[in-house]
Design a protein around this ligand. Structure first.
Ligand code: NAD
Ligand code: MG
Length: 392
């Protein structure tokens, strides 16, 4: 029986994980569930799963929750230190890192320092602190397994033991990262100025949280994933091809020196990569529909047009600059997406705002956690002030 903590249990990845846990209660027990402030949703989850602990980041939500589930054995905690505690406790075997954004960094690092099996969905934490993050994985012998569907696909296509190992030393020629192109892949570029948050969040193939949905529409998601792949598989961005694949059936591929290309295919359902990582190296039923290739019938691959997706170039630039540039890129993007969702800026101002932040903050080292957090805070502050003064 594996004891599981889900960081970000009320979110999209959290829900998919709980769906799998519910199918395999003989294998997985819930040690802790955590969330930001959605106590209504957490109340339902507690009634259904009765975990040992619940952590709400927000103290008022924790207070409300503890009143309505007083009859359960679940203990309700609150605050950042408790998030780290339920990620690192001795009783925990598996931590699913599914908080969105930089808020996931400290709890994810706590799980790594606890030497856990860490299922990484929270790509922002790896993007902002890559070198330090991977060092901690090695130092504490944590078992890092990617849940992001592309990286889980690449992981499945590489030889065993590939995480943190230089992929090119295993006969790999290139890594081919696929992306759907999001909801605006076919609209006239001139129309992008007028698209709404609702349209941006209506992804053609995947059902996800709002932040990653907007990232998919700008393709910053693919830029962050390119950086994520560089850290996970110890490659350079020049070793990665980004290919548009509108059906979202081929989740990514690895091309080898002998001409072989190995791909992982499946319906676009996060339960597949999550189940893969939860049970690895075994295989368990995930609830995902089996793939019917005759029904899919056609798989298309095209080049991503970077004039439609300027965020791809920004992510490349950040990787190229190195150091804390990726923390700056990530923080500026988080602010830009939030401001777009709140209708304070329009869609094409997202890359403009990030560009301005990257121009105005110079690159520094990222070898210490406090300097990474400082870069994150400075970039957020600058991005917000640029929104107030007007993005141009
Ligand atoms: P979501 O918005 O649906 O859920 C986010 C979760 O994080 C919620 O449980 C929320 O309570 C929690 N949270 C948010 N802010 C917090 C804070 N300050 N402190 C503590 N907890 C906080 O997001 P999602 O779509 O599930 O994505 C989660 C992560 O997984 C993201 O990093 C995303 O990029 C990645 N990811 C998601 C998908 C997907 O299909 N949704 C696919 C691949 C990767
Ligand atoms: Mg992905």
């Amino acid at each position: 029986m594996k004891q599981v903590t889900i960081l970000g249990a009320t979110g999209s990845v959290g829900q998919s994980t709980l769906d799998i846990v519910a199918r395999h209660r003989d294998r997985f027990a819930l040690y802790a569930l955590t969330a930001n402030d959605n106590d209504q949703k957490m109340r339902q989850l507690c009634r259904q799963f009765e975990p040992r602990y619940v952590v709400m980041a927000d103290a008022d939500s924790a207070q409300r929750l503890s009143e309505v589930i007083a009859d359960l054995s679940t203990e309700v905690l609150s605050g950042e230190s408790c998030l780290a505690q339920v990620a690192a406790d001795d009783g925990v075997d598996i931590v699913v890192a599914a908080i969105v954004g930089a808020a996931g960094l400290l709890p994810t690092l706590a799980a790594i320092r606890g030497g856990k099996r860490v299922l990484l969905a929270n790509k922002e934490s790896l993007v902002m602190a890559g070198a330090l993050f991977m060092d901690e994985v090695r130092q504490h012998q944590a078992k890092l397994l990617p849940v992001d569907s592309e990286h889980n696909a690449i992981f499945q296509c590489l030889p065993p033991g590939s995480i943190g190992q230089a992929a090119l030393e295993s006969g790999v020629h290139r890594i081919i990262l696929t992306g759907s192109g999001g909801p605006f892949r076919d609209i006239d570029i001139a129309q992008l100025e007028n698209v709404t948050p609702e349209q941006a969040c209506a992804h053609p193939n995947w059902d996800m949280g709002p932040k990653i949905s907007v990232d998919s529409a700008t393709m910053m998601n693919k830029g962050l994933e390119m950086i994520e792949a560089c850290w996970l598989f110890a490659v350079d961005q020049s070793d990665i091809d980004i290919v548009l694949h509108r059906q979202s059936i081929v989740h990514s591929m690895v091309s080898y020196l002998d001409g072989s290309v190995i791909a992982q295919l499946g319906n676009p359902d996060m339960r597949t990569p999550i189940a893969n990582a939860l049970a690895w190296p075994e295989r368990i039923e995930s609830g995902a529909e089996p793939l019917d290739l005759l029904q899919v019938s056609q798989l298309d691959f095209t080049l991503a047009d970077e004039s439609r997706y300027p965020c791809l170039g920004l992510a490349r630039e950040a990787w190229h600059r190195g150091g804390n540039s990726m923390a700056i890129l990530n923080a500026a993007n988080e602010v830009a997406v939030e401001q777009f969702l709140q209708r304070n800026i329009n869609f094409i101002e997202i890359p403009r705002l990030i560009t301005q932040v990257m121009e105005q903050i110079s690159t520094g080292p990222a070898d210490r956690l406090d300097s990474i957090l400082q870069a994150d805070a400075s970039a957020r502050e600058l991005a917000l002030s640029l929104v107030v003064s007007g993005v141009n």
